[in-house]
Design a protein around this ligand. Structure first.
Ligand code: MEV
Length: 314
Protein backbone atom coordinates (compact mmCIF):
# COMPACT_ATOMS: atom_id res chain seq x y z
CA UNK A 1 0.00 0.00 0.00
CA UNK A 2 1.29 3.46 -0.85
CA UNK A 3 0.22 7.12 -0.70
CA UNK A 4 -1.44 8.22 -3.94
CA UNK A 5 -3.63 10.92 -5.40
CA UNK A 6 -5.95 11.13 -8.38
CA UNK A 7 -8.06 13.78 -10.04
CA UNK A 8 -11.06 13.83 -12.37
CA UNK A 9 -12.54 16.77 -14.30
CA UNK A 10 -16.12 17.96 -14.63
CA UNK A 11 -17.87 17.80 -17.99
CA UNK A 12 -20.11 19.84 -20.24
CA UNK A 13 -22.54 18.43 -22.73
CA UNK A 14 -22.36 20.57 -25.86
CA UNK A 15 -25.19 18.82 -27.72
CA UNK A 16 -27.62 15.96 -27.25
CA UNK A 17 -28.45 15.56 -23.53
CA UNK A 18 -31.61 13.56 -22.79
CA UNK A 19 -31.93 12.34 -26.41
CA UNK A 20 -28.68 10.42 -25.79
CA UNK A 21 -30.54 8.26 -23.25
CA UNK A 22 -32.70 7.05 -26.20
CA UNK A 23 -29.83 6.13 -28.50
CA UNK A 24 -29.22 9.47 -30.21
CA UNK A 25 -25.65 10.83 -30.51
CA UNK A 26 -24.37 13.54 -28.16
CA UNK A 27 -21.19 15.59 -27.79
CA UNK A 28 -19.48 16.21 -24.47
CA UNK A 29 -16.13 17.65 -23.42
CA UNK A 30 -14.18 17.51 -20.16
CA UNK A 31 -14.29 20.68 -18.06
CA UNK A 32 -10.79 20.81 -16.67
CA UNK A 33 -11.18 24.12 -14.83
CA UNK A 34 -13.20 22.22 -12.22
CA UNK A 35 -12.12 18.97 -10.66
CA UNK A 36 -12.27 16.42 -7.89
CA UNK A 37 -9.04 15.48 -6.09
CA UNK A 38 -8.70 12.41 -3.90
CA UNK A 39 -5.62 11.87 -1.73
CA UNK A 40 -5.16 8.34 -0.36
CA UNK A 41 -2.86 7.77 2.64
CA UNK A 42 -2.12 4.47 4.38
CA UNK A 43 -3.07 4.48 8.09
CA UNK A 44 -2.29 1.96 10.81
CA UNK A 45 -3.85 -1.50 10.63
CA UNK A 46 -7.19 -1.64 12.43
CA UNK A 47 -8.19 1.90 11.53
CA UNK A 48 -9.96 0.61 8.44
CA UNK A 49 -10.94 2.81 5.52
CA UNK A 50 -11.93 6.36 6.40
CA UNK A 51 -13.37 8.87 3.95
CA UNK A 52 -12.95 12.55 4.78
CA UNK A 53 -14.76 15.24 2.78
CA UNK A 54 -13.76 18.61 4.30
CA UNK A 55 -15.96 20.56 1.82
CA UNK A 56 -19.09 19.04 3.37
CA UNK A 57 -17.58 18.63 6.82
CA UNK A 58 -17.88 14.83 6.92
CA UNK A 59 -15.61 12.04 8.06
CA UNK A 60 -17.01 8.55 7.92
CA UNK A 61 -15.61 5.06 8.28
CA UNK A 62 -16.62 2.85 5.35
CA UNK A 63 -17.87 0.01 7.56
CA UNK A 64 -20.19 2.48 9.38
CA UNK A 65 -21.44 4.24 6.22
CA UNK A 66 -25.24 3.91 6.17
CA UNK A 67 -26.46 3.08 2.67
CA UNK A 68 -29.42 5.44 3.26
CA UNK A 69 -27.08 8.34 4.00
CA UNK A 70 -27.57 10.99 1.25
CA UNK A 71 -23.78 10.98 0.68
CA UNK A 72 -23.47 7.19 0.43
CA UNK A 73 -23.94 6.86 -3.34
CA UNK A 74 -21.47 9.66 -4.01
CA UNK A 75 -18.71 8.63 -1.59
CA UNK A 76 -19.31 5.13 -0.21
CA UNK A 77 -20.58 3.23 -3.24
CA UNK A 78 -17.61 3.88 -5.58
CA UNK A 79 -15.25 2.78 -2.80
CA UNK A 80 -17.24 -0.40 -2.12
CA UNK A 81 -17.42 -1.29 -5.81
CA UNK A 82 -13.70 -0.93 -6.40
CA UNK A 83 -12.84 -2.89 -3.23
CA UNK A 84 -15.19 -5.67 -4.38
CA UNK A 85 -13.40 -5.62 -7.73
CA UNK A 86 -10.08 -6.17 -5.91
CA UNK A 87 -11.60 -8.64 -3.42
CA UNK A 88 -10.32 -6.61 -0.45
CA UNK A 89 -12.81 -5.87 2.36
CA UNK A 90 -11.44 -2.72 4.01
CA UNK A 91 -7.80 -1.71 3.60
CA UNK A 92 -6.37 0.74 6.16
CA UNK A 93 -6.57 3.94 4.11
CA UNK A 94 -7.64 7.53 4.63
CA UNK A 95 -9.22 9.08 1.53
CA UNK A 96 -9.48 12.87 1.52
CA UNK A 97 -11.90 14.15 -1.10
CA UNK A 98 -12.04 17.74 -2.35
CA UNK A 99 -14.16 19.04 -5.20
CA UNK A 100 -14.60 22.33 -7.04
CA UNK A 101 -17.48 20.91 -9.13
CA UNK A 102 -20.85 22.09 -7.80
CA UNK A 103 -23.25 19.21 -7.11
CA UNK A 104 -26.55 18.68 -8.96
CA UNK A 105 -25.64 21.28 -11.55
CA UNK A 106 -25.20 19.23 -14.72
CA UNK A 107 -21.39 19.30 -14.61
CA UNK A 108 -20.80 15.65 -13.75
CA UNK A 109 -19.87 15.95 -10.07
CA UNK A 110 -21.09 12.41 -9.24
CA UNK A 111 -19.15 10.73 -12.06
CA UNK A 112 -16.04 12.80 -11.29
CA UNK A 113 -16.14 11.88 -7.58
CA UNK A 114 -16.49 8.20 -8.43
CA UNK A 115 -13.69 8.36 -11.01
CA UNK A 116 -11.20 10.06 -8.70
CA UNK A 117 -12.04 7.75 -5.75
CA UNK A 118 -11.71 4.57 -7.84
CA UNK A 119 -8.52 5.74 -9.54
CA UNK A 120 -6.91 6.77 -6.22
CA UNK A 121 -7.71 3.43 -4.56
CA UNK A 122 -6.22 1.48 -7.48
CA UNK A 123 -3.03 3.54 -7.23
CA UNK A 124 -2.86 3.22 -3.42
CA UNK A 125 -3.25 -0.58 -3.67
CA UNK A 126 -0.46 -0.55 -6.29
CA UNK A 127 -2.86 -2.01 -8.88
CA UNK A 128 -3.68 0.99 -11.10
CA UNK A 129 -6.87 0.33 -13.05
CA UNK A 130 -7.15 0.84 -16.81
CA UNK A 131 -9.60 3.51 -17.96
CA UNK A 132 -11.91 0.82 -19.41
CA UNK A 133 -12.19 -0.81 -15.96
CA UNK A 134 -12.69 2.53 -14.21
CA UNK A 135 -15.38 3.43 -16.76
CA UNK A 136 -17.29 0.19 -16.07
CA UNK A 137 -17.24 0.82 -12.32
CA UNK A 138 -18.24 4.49 -12.60
CA UNK A 139 -21.11 3.51 -14.90
CA UNK A 140 -22.35 1.19 -12.11
CA UNK A 141 -22.29 4.13 -9.73
CA UNK A 142 -24.13 6.30 -12.27
CA UNK A 143 -26.88 3.69 -12.51
CA UNK A 144 -27.51 4.06 -8.77
CA UNK A 145 -27.46 7.86 -9.11
CA UNK A 146 -30.06 8.11 -11.82
CA UNK A 147 -31.45 4.79 -12.91
CA UNK A 148 -31.08 4.90 -16.69
CA UNK A 149 -27.91 6.85 -17.49
CA UNK A 150 -26.72 6.86 -21.09
CA UNK A 151 -23.09 6.50 -19.98
CA UNK A 152 -21.96 9.79 -21.51
CA UNK A 153 -20.93 11.42 -18.20
CA UNK A 154 -18.66 8.59 -17.02
CA UNK A 155 -17.17 8.21 -20.52
CA UNK A 156 -16.14 11.84 -21.02
CA UNK A 157 -14.88 12.16 -17.45
CA UNK A 158 -12.90 8.91 -17.27
CA UNK A 159 -11.20 9.31 -20.68
CA UNK A 160 -10.86 13.13 -20.37
CA UNK A 161 -11.40 13.56 -24.12
CA UNK A 162 -14.04 15.33 -26.20
CA UNK A 163 -16.45 12.55 -27.22
CA UNK A 164 -19.10 11.91 -29.83
CA UNK A 165 -21.11 9.44 -27.83
CA UNK A 166 -23.76 6.93 -28.85
CA UNK A 167 -25.06 4.67 -26.10
CA UNK A 168 -23.68 1.14 -26.38
CA UNK A 169 -21.25 2.02 -29.20
CA UNK A 170 -17.43 1.96 -28.98
CA UNK A 171 -15.83 5.21 -27.79
CA UNK A 172 -15.42 7.86 -30.50
CA UNK A 173 -13.23 10.80 -29.58
CA UNK A 174 -13.66 14.10 -31.35
CA UNK A 175 -10.98 16.06 -33.12
CA UNK A 176 -11.47 19.78 -32.34
CA UNK A 177 -9.73 21.40 -35.31
CA UNK A 178 -10.12 25.02 -34.10
CA UNK A 179 -10.30 25.81 -30.37
CA UNK A 180 -13.40 27.72 -29.25
CA UNK A 181 -14.48 29.49 -26.09
CA UNK A 182 -17.53 28.67 -24.04
CA UNK A 183 -18.87 30.40 -20.94
CA UNK A 184 -20.45 28.11 -18.35
CA UNK A 185 -22.98 30.03 -16.24
CA UNK A 186 -24.56 28.61 -13.11
CA UNK A 187 -28.24 29.37 -12.47
CA UNK A 188 -27.65 28.62 -8.78
CA UNK A 189 -30.57 26.17 -8.80
CA UNK A 190 -29.62 22.61 -7.86
CA UNK A 191 -31.44 20.00 -9.92
CA UNK A 192 -30.83 16.26 -9.58
CA UNK A 193 -30.47 14.68 -13.04
CA UNK A 194 -32.57 11.62 -12.18
CA UNK A 195 -35.70 13.76 -11.68
CA UNK A 196 -35.45 15.41 -15.11
CA UNK A 197 -34.55 12.07 -16.76
CA UNK A 198 -37.57 10.41 -15.11
CA UNK A 199 -39.92 13.20 -16.25
CA UNK A 200 -38.65 12.98 -19.83
CA UNK A 201 -39.24 9.22 -19.71
CA UNK A 202 -42.88 9.78 -18.67
CA UNK A 203 -43.30 12.45 -21.35
CA UNK A 204 -41.98 10.04 -23.99
CA UNK A 205 -44.35 7.30 -22.77
CA UNK A 206 -47.28 9.74 -23.12
CA UNK A 207 -46.55 10.68 -26.76
CA UNK A 208 -43.88 8.58 -28.42
CA UNK A 209 -44.36 10.08 -31.89
CA UNK A 210 -43.89 13.74 -30.92
CA UNK A 211 -41.17 13.20 -28.32
CA UNK A 212 -39.39 10.62 -30.48
CA UNK A 213 -39.25 13.20 -33.29
CA UNK A 214 -37.70 15.74 -30.88
CA UNK A 215 -35.05 13.18 -29.85
CA UNK A 216 -34.31 12.45 -33.52
CA UNK A 217 -33.88 16.16 -34.35
CA UNK A 218 -31.58 16.62 -31.34
CA UNK A 219 -29.50 13.68 -32.58
CA UNK A 220 -29.36 15.23 -36.03
CA UNK A 221 -28.12 18.51 -34.52
CA UNK A 222 -25.34 16.62 -32.69
CA UNK A 223 -24.24 14.99 -35.95
CA UNK A 224 -24.15 18.32 -37.83
CA UNK A 225 -22.31 19.91 -34.88
CA UNK A 226 -19.68 17.17 -34.96
CA UNK A 227 -18.79 18.04 -38.56
CA UNK A 228 -18.69 21.76 -37.67
CA UNK A 229 -16.32 21.09 -34.75
CA UNK A 230 -14.10 18.81 -36.81
CA UNK A 231 -13.90 21.25 -39.74
CA UNK A 232 -13.53 24.41 -37.63
CA UNK A 233 -16.89 25.94 -38.68
CA UNK A 234 -17.34 27.13 -35.11
CA UNK A 235 -19.75 30.05 -35.72
CA UNK A 236 -22.28 27.61 -37.17
CA UNK A 237 -22.53 25.94 -33.75
CA UNK A 238 -24.42 28.98 -32.36
CA UNK A 239 -27.76 28.44 -34.18
CA UNK A 240 -27.48 24.70 -33.49
CA UNK A 241 -27.13 25.41 -29.75
CA UNK A 242 -30.15 27.72 -29.84
CA UNK A 243 -32.29 25.11 -31.59
CA UNK A 244 -31.07 22.39 -29.22
CA UNK A 245 -32.12 24.59 -26.28
CA UNK A 246 -35.61 25.13 -27.76
CA UNK A 247 -36.02 21.38 -28.20
CA UNK A 248 -34.90 20.77 -24.61
CA UNK A 249 -37.54 23.29 -23.48
CA UNK A 250 -40.13 21.21 -25.34
CA UNK A 251 -38.90 18.24 -23.31
CA UNK A 252 -39.76 20.39 -20.22
CA UNK A 253 -36.20 20.44 -18.89
CA UNK A 254 -35.52 24.16 -19.18
CA UNK A 255 -36.61 26.70 -16.55
CA UNK A 256 -37.31 30.41 -16.35
CA UNK A 257 -33.81 31.03 -14.97
CA UNK A 258 -32.11 28.95 -17.69
CA UNK A 259 -34.14 30.67 -20.45
CA UNK A 260 -33.24 34.07 -18.98
CA UNK A 261 -29.53 33.24 -18.92
CA UNK A 262 -29.60 31.98 -22.53
CA UNK A 263 -31.47 35.07 -23.78
CA UNK A 264 -29.09 37.41 -21.94
CA UNK A 265 -26.07 35.66 -23.46
CA UNK A 266 -27.48 35.86 -27.00
CA UNK A 267 -28.53 39.52 -26.58
CA UNK A 268 -25.00 40.37 -25.41
CA UNK A 269 -23.42 38.84 -28.52
CA UNK A 270 -22.97 35.11 -27.91
CA UNK A 271 -23.23 33.01 -31.10
CA UNK A 272 -25.62 30.71 -29.29
CA UNK A 273 -26.58 29.37 -25.87
CA UNK A 274 -28.27 26.35 -24.37
CA UNK A 275 -28.75 24.54 -21.11
CA UNK A 276 -26.18 21.80 -20.47
CA UNK A 277 -26.78 18.53 -18.63
CA UNK A 278 -30.00 17.38 -17.02
CA UNK A 279 -31.55 20.88 -16.93
CA UNK A 280 -34.36 22.35 -14.78
CA UNK A 281 -31.49 24.14 -13.04
CA UNK A 282 -27.73 23.83 -13.13
CA UNK A 283 -25.76 25.46 -15.92
CA UNK A 284 -26.10 26.98 -19.36
CA UNK A 285 -23.28 27.26 -21.89
CA UNK A 286 -22.76 30.18 -24.28
CA UNK A 287 -20.49 30.18 -27.32
CA UNK A 288 -18.45 33.40 -27.45
CA UNK A 289 -15.36 34.86 -29.09
CA UNK A 290 -12.59 36.98 -27.59
CA UNK A 291 -14.42 40.25 -28.27
CA UNK A 292 -17.78 39.21 -26.81
CA UNK A 293 -16.62 37.06 -23.86
CA UNK A 294 -16.43 39.77 -21.19
CA UNK A 295 -19.61 41.50 -22.34
CA UNK A 296 -21.54 38.22 -22.30
CA UNK A 297 -20.14 37.25 -18.88
CA UNK A 298 -21.20 40.64 -17.47
CA UNK A 299 -24.69 40.21 -18.92
CA UNK A 300 -24.96 36.74 -17.39
CA UNK A 301 -23.98 38.09 -13.97
CA UNK A 302 -26.53 40.90 -14.30
CA UNK A 303 -29.40 38.44 -14.82
CA UNK A 304 -28.41 36.39 -11.81
CA UNK A 305 -25.69 33.88 -12.77
CA UNK A 306 -24.07 32.68 -9.58
CA UNK A 307 -20.78 31.95 -11.30
CA UNK A 308 -19.49 32.28 -14.87
CA UNK A 309 -16.53 30.16 -15.91
CA UNK A 310 -14.69 30.65 -19.19
CA UNK A 311 -13.27 27.57 -20.82
CA UNK A 312 -11.46 26.93 -24.08
CA UNK A 313 -12.38 23.72 -25.86
CA UNK A 314 -9.74 22.02 -27.99
C1 MEV B 1 -26.71 14.21 -17.89
O1 MEV B 1 -25.44 14.81 -17.81
C2 MEV B 1 -27.06 13.88 -19.32
C3 MEV B 1 -28.43 13.25 -19.53
O2 MEV B 1 -28.56 13.04 -20.94
C4 MEV B 1 -28.56 11.95 -18.80
C5 MEV B 1 -27.69 10.84 -19.38
O3 MEV B 1 -27.25 10.94 -20.51
O4 MEV B 1 -27.50 9.86 -18.66
C6 MEV B 1 -29.54 14.18 -19.10
Amino acid sequence: MQAASATAPGKIILFGEHAVVYGQPAIAVPLTTMQVTVVAEPVSDGEGLVITAPDVNRTVRLSMFDTNDPLYNALGLPVRLVLERFGIPEPPLRLTVRSTIPIASGLGSGAALATALIRAIGLALECPLANDDINTLVFEVEKRHHGTPSGIDNTVIVYEQPVYYVRGQPLETLNVSRPFTVLVADSGQESPTHVAVGDVRRLYASDRATIGAIFARIGNIATVARTAIETGAIESLGPLMNENHTLLSRLTVSSTALDRLCSAARDAGAYGAKLSGGGRGGNIIALVDETSATRVADALHRVGALRVVRTVIG
